[in-house]
Design a protein around this ligand. Sequence first.
Ligand SMILES: Cc1cc2nc3c(=O)[nH]c(=O)nc-3n(C[C@H](O)[C@H](O)[C@H](O)COP(=O)(O)O)c2cc1C
Length: 170
Amino acid sequence: MDVFTAISGRRSIRAYKDIEVEEDKISKIIEAGRLSPSASNRQEWKFVIVRNKDSRRKIAKAAYDQNFIAEAPAVIVACATESKAVMPCGQNAYTVDLSIAVSYMILAAHELGLGTCWIGAFKEEEVKAVLGIPEHIRVVALFPVGYPNQNPTSRPRKSIDQVVCIEKYQ
Ligand SMILES: Cc1cc2nc3c(=O)[nH]c(=O)nc-3n(C[C@H](O)[C@H](O)[C@H](O)COP(=O)(O)O)c2cc1C
């Protein structure tokens, strides 16, 4: 699958089959995150693979009862191991770096026939408590990984005209 096919075919999946995900597929998803770019190549990240059912249930609860998260046989929790670096442009490096890594991982999962859903609505402290994540570590995002049990149609996107301007900002 080429990159554009993956980008255009990926959907957020909110229903999963009760089937395990093969270890080598999880490894490949993690590899996509490991190889992703980061500011100054700092790679200040750690990805927690959660298969334990009780932990997945607790994470779903911490994510405002988005119970489909626990349906998936694995959840990957993307953590920033340093959160003070600010780029010259004024943006925090860790949110950008982790978002790139998660984007790569969810596209890799799609290529492997797996579904994911980026989860940004969660109580960070609760997720940290479930997984024993230290105080100074930030949880930027998490996502369930599993075989899709739904085939959603594409969500609407703004048109090119709405999001692009030429030469000057308009
Ligand atoms: C930063 C971010 C946070 C999100 N948080 C959630 C979430 O907590 N729960 C959820 O069901 N979907 C979440 N989504 C998924 C979006 O709702 C979804 O990407 C968007 O509606 C477009 O649909 P698509 O992913 O199928 O193209 C999030 C997506 C992003 C990028």
